[in-house]
Ligand binder design. Structure first.
Ligand SMILES: [Zn+2]
Length: 118
């Protein structure tokens, strides 16, 4: 009879959803700039390389499955020479600072993502 309108579990759920929505709102409200971006490469959860997408270069990243190369050109980057069985990382193609989805190579445990914007 004395059951409250909203149970504790539901309050927690609503709070989590509200926090997630707020985080997303803040993220998308940030001004998007093409300069001053730092891209980070993690291997097995450790930061192994950072690069400025404005600087053309090729970085070799050692991985659990033989590693891969990241080619940076004209403000974009993609995976080449990947030593992994599924090649999903290379199939993700060219990424830019606008892309929020990181390039991931699961077999190599490598994640390439936009780290900082100034
Ligand atoms: Zn891969």
């Amino acid at each position: 009879m004395t059951q409250p309108w909203i149970r504790k579990r539901e309050i927690v759920l609503i709070a989590v959803l509200a926090a997630a929505a707020l985080t997303a709102a803040i993220f998308f409200a940030l001004p998007k700039q093409h300069s001053g971006v730092t891209v980070r490469i993690e291997q097995a959860g450790k930061l192994v390389q950072t690069f400025d997408p404005a600087v053309d270069a090729v970085y070799h990243i050692e991985g659990s499955c033989g590693g891969l190369d990241v080619e940076v050109k004209n403000g974009q980057w993609h995976v080449i020479n990947e030593q992994c069985p599924n090649h999903i990382c290379a199939e993700m193609g060219w990424r830019t600072a606008e892309d929020v989805i990181p390039v991931t190579c699961m077999p190599n445990e490598i994640v390439i993502y936009v780290g900082e914007r100034e």
